[in-house]
Design a protein around this ligand. Structure first.
Ligand code: ADP
Ligand code: MG
Length: 333
């Protein structure tokens, strides 16, 4: 982790798209939403409606917009909304499945560190301990479509909203008959079909220690891929490196021995987003245990001691041959 502090905090997508042959005639739509640079690569206009959908979701789910449903919840109001209730149901299921490593009620702690805005600070240990009393799945009550939070509790959907948005993009593109396209919502990728020449989409997994390099390239079709890494939002104080993925067990930035986690699934961007955050917190051993237990997704884990672990489902899709770096690669069975 110590190597990371020299990196300039950046909003660059963790998963970069490699343009190559087959992308001719593509049109690009670039926009900024959910605190992230987003890009659609499409071959006709049918897929553009998905941009409106992302803006709708941002207005609903943002923590920093006062008129969002999430802000109303965080002010202590009861909120009645089918979609939000369903997304919180899923969030709670991921909290249970990950032993609390993924937990949207981490919001007060994220705020204490200043990651909701731009004035970062290191909270005192007793301040964090007090805030952790308001963190946990039991702080959220859902009855039908009605949601309330326990007094003082708050939620932050930053670890799952972009993944959910990518699922909505997939649905909208399917309904619109979009045959091929790629949505990059920051480090949350959804690719549909293939490129026009029939080749697979190529998505690179960034080297967490070097923004200009990658650890390998995923060749994907009809898939979601999400990376969580400490290099997205961080600061250094008194020589110590702090970042925005918080371990709900301690209130401090996760320090699990992983420097980046990529989750790939053919079914759900929401799952990829929640589990990339969770696995980053869990660390190598527990992340692989989760992969074995739940299944239905694959992982690329980069460890602080220089290894890249690729679960077997990606053996044929992950190519590190052109990556000039010091990592040792291992397929996990
Ligand atoms: P990014 O938003 O950079 O793509 P992640 O998906 O990993 O990265 O989500 C990190 C964001 O999720 C943080 O900015 C914060 O809002 C929130 N968060 C931080 N720690 C957790 C956690 N343990 N569980 C759920 N959400 C978290
Ligand atoms: Mg996430």
């Amino acid at each position: 982790m110590h190597k990371l502090h020299r990196l300039i905090p950046c909003l660059a997508a963790a998963l970069l798209l490699l343009c190559g042959c087959g992308s001719k005639d593509a049109s690009y739509t670039d926009f900024f939403a959910m605190d992230t640079s987003m890009r659609f690569t499409l071959y006709d206009n049918a897929g553009l409606a998905a941009k409106e959908e992302i803006l709708r979701l941002e207005a609903l789910l943002s923590r920093t917009k006062d008129d969002s449903l999430v802000s109303a919840l965080n002010r202590g109001e009861a909120v009645e909304d089918t979609e939000l209730a369903a997304l919180l149901h899923k969030s709670l299921a991921y909290t249970a499945a990950t032993d609390g490593a993924f937990d949207v009620t981490i919001a007060p702690v994220v705020s204490a560190w200043g990651f909701t805005g731009d004035s970062y600070r290191v909270p005192a240990a007793d301040e964090l301990a007090a805030l952790l009393a308001q963190v946990g799945g039991e702080q959220i009550s859902i009855h039908g479509d009605s949601v309330t939070l326990a007094e003082g509790a708050m939620i932050d959907l930053g670890g799952i909203a972009k993944g959910y948005a990518s699922d909505r993009v997939a649905e909208i593109w399917a309904e619109a008959g979009v045959e091929r396209g790629l949505a990059a919502l920051g480090g949350n990728i959804y690719c549909r079909g293939t490129k026009t020449d029939g080749s697979l989409w190529r998505v690179s997994v960034q080297d967490p220690n070097d923004p200009a390099a990658y650890v390998g390239i995923l060749s994907l079709s009809d898939a979601f891929a999400v990376t969580s890494g400490a290099y997205e939002r961080n600061f250094t104080e008194n020589g110590k490196f702090y970042h925005h993925i918080i371990d709900p067990a301690t209130g401090y930035p996760a320090d699990s021995g992983l420097t980046s986690v990529t989750v790939v699934s053919h079914n759900s961007g929401t799952l990829c987003d929640a589990l990339s955050t969770a696995c980053y917190v869990l660390g190598e051993e527990d992340a692989l245990a989760l992969w074995r237990k739940i299944g239905g997704f694959d992982l690329v884990l980069v460890t602080a001691d220089g290894r890249v672990l690729i679960t077997e489902g990606l053996e044929g899709s992950f190519d590190s041959s052109s990556a000039a770096n010091p990592y040792v690669y291992e397929i996990i069975h």
